[in-house]
Design a protein around this ligand. Structure first.
Ligand code: SF4
Length: 286
């Protein structure tokens, strides 16, 4: 029986030559074995997935957040979705400056939202995303995307592969749809599959009047009882940002008047009719 000699695995051409040299010296009493030392590679979860759809750029990002009304655990990775307009993408690509100008180009991603300063007559600053640190975060995200894809046209279109990568990062975590922009612009089959496998989710749309099919997943963003009633006729629960208390509804537990008792990732009440809860929610506008 042949004697066995074990060698460490070779990685370079030099190692291969060493192996051949040793083989030459051995007579047929010996047998050489290469130990495979390579460790199985851990599958790395992709942290940002981007595609283009109808003059928007849509992003799903897995990462931590510093916003403790959303997630108190600073180490927990959650998924947040964003939509930007093609004009905002090109604004950053062309090195144009100005926060007002940037938000003023949210035409295809914020649509008819009453806080969208791209719409005639709407003042800048009404939307909670119009803050300097949020703006800087969006610029940095878009610059990162531009480094990778160079132009709007080179961004990939939504397809099956992108769909499954996004669903994969959403498994067993909290998903915040529409951290910026309209989440109703995401493909509905993607929203459905994410909500099937994530831990909890939240999402809000000002486009409830034209998308009754999204009432399963998202809250209608409304501002008074009248709008809440209309949204209910379309099948929606509402998230009502109001100046007066509406005690027939649930007060958001992450609000200042609610005493910051919870976070969105724990509470998850803003998850349409398919998620948690039956009633509409209200929060006081300050
Ligand atoms: S009700 Fe719950 S999910 Fe909705 S905003 Fe408040 S904390 Fe977040």
């Amino acid at each position: 029986m042949k004697k066995r000699i074990y060698l460490d695995g070779f990685k370079t051409l030099k190692d291969k030559k060493r192996y051949d040299k040793i083989s030459d010296y051995l007579d047929n009493q010996y047998e050489l074995f290469i130990k495979d030392k390579a460790k199985p590679k851990k599958k790395k979860k992709i942290s940002r997935i981007v595609y283009k759809k109808d003059n928007t750029i849509q992003v799903f990002r897995l990462g931590t957040t510093s916003n403790d009304k959303i997630e108190a655990d600073k180490k927990r990775k959650i998924v947040q979705s964003y939509t930007f307009s093609k004009d905002q993408f090109n604004h950053v690509l062309n090195g144009m400056k100005g926060m007002k100008e940037f938000y003023g180009k949210a035409n295809t991603n914020c649509l008819s939202c009453p806080f969208n300063s791209a719409n005639l007559g709407t003042k800048f600053g009404a939307c909670y995303t119009m803050k300097f640190n949020q703006y800087v975060g969006f610029l940095s995200m878009l610059k990162g995307i531009q480094k990778e894809f160079k132009s709007f046209e080179s961004l990939p279109d939504f397809d099956k592969d992108i769909h499954s990568k996004i669903v994969d990062i959403c498994k067993n975590t909290y998903v915040r749809f529409g951290t910026y922009g309209e989440p109703s612009l995401h493909p509905i089959e993607l929203i459905e599959n994410i909500t099937n496998i994530c831990d909890t989710w939240t999402g809000y749309t000002h486009q409830w009047f034209r998308n009754p099919e999204l009432s399963k997943y998202f809250m209608a963003s409304t501002h008074n009882e009248f709008q809440e009633k209309n949204a209910r006729l379309k099948g929606y629960r509402s998230f009502i940002a109001t100046k007066e208390r509406l005690n027939q509804f649930i007060n958001c537990p992450a609000s200042s008047e609610g005493g910051y008792k919870s976070t969105c990732s724990k509470c998850g009440l803003c998850s349409g009719t398919k998620g948690k809860g039956n009633k509409s929610i209200f929060i006081l506008e300050h």
